[in-house]
Design a protein around this ligand. Structure first.
Ligand code: SAH
Length: 218
């Protein structure tokens, strides 16, 4: 496919999969129209890059369905000023969307192969406000905390305490919580010493593996 055809595919993806399902934040829609999702998938499945489902990215991991990326991003209510933490860099696609909409993005990935690939593609696309490190994200990123927003893109049995603690007052955390088959996407907003908890939708992510996540990969 030629360059322009990808832009057409992206426009179609945004109108049919994202606007039609109720996403209305114009900044989010613009970022989804702009970021070249096909650059984050392997050559062999390029033609599927804008389809309405997740795709394999190697290492038994997946890049999320476009709608889920848009939905989670919208729920963070980004204005452009925020320092954001992402757990589960994967392909780097979600990080690129965040980089368009926030001030800076810190992203942690436990698989070094994926972290390296994500770093390379983000650099080639000139995203200089994304910082990636290899490690167990269930501890958060203490030296960079606190964060305005935290997004976890892997399924967790519970909400890791460190992540709640690393939110600024008024900060938002979105995280899929459940078992390894089905999860509820939760939004947690820090309000002083309290946390407001909302359930957003049912979802299905690959597991968050770590000290305060699942212990093993099925
Ligand atoms: N946001 C990604 C999709 C991520 S898939 C994208 O846009 O492509 C979930 C990712 O979380 C996988 O790459 C997996 O290796 C990673 N992961 C799982 N447990 C983790 C942990 N404890 N810390 C950091 N990354 C983790």
């Amino acid at each position: 496919m030629m360059k322009d055809n990808y832009a057409i595919s992206r426009g179609r993806m945004v109108s049919t999969q994202i606007i039609n399902r109720g996403i209305s934040d114009e900044r989010v829609l613009e970022a989804m129209r702009k970021v070249p999702r096909h650059r984050f998938v392997e050559e062999a499945i390029l033609h599927q890059a804008y389809n309405d489902h997740p795709l394999p990215i190697g290492e038994k991991q997946t890049i999320s369905q476009p709608f889920i990326v848009a939905f989670m991003t919208q729920s963070l209510e980004l204005t452009g000023e925020e320092k954001v933490l992402e757990i589960g860099t994967g392909s780097g696609y979600q990080a690129a969307i965040l980089a368009e909409l926030a001030y800076s993005v810190y992203s942690i990935e436990r698989k070094s192969v994926l972290a390296k690939m994500a770093k390379d593609v983000l650099q080639s696309l000139n995203y200089y406000n994304v910082y990636i490190k290899i490690g167990d994200g269930t501890h958060g990123w203490r030296s960079e905390a606190p964060f305005d927003c935290i997004i976890v893109t892997a399924a967790s049995p519970d909400v890791p305490l460190a992540l709640k603690e690393q939110l600024k007052d008024g900060g938002r955390l979105v995280i899929p919580v459940g078992d390894q088959c089905n999860q509820k996407l939760m939004k947690i907003t820090k309000k002083g010493r309290n946390y407001k908890v909302e359930e957003l939708l049912m979802c299905r992510f690959v597991p968050l593996i770590g000290k305060y996540g699942f212990q093993d990969e099925r």
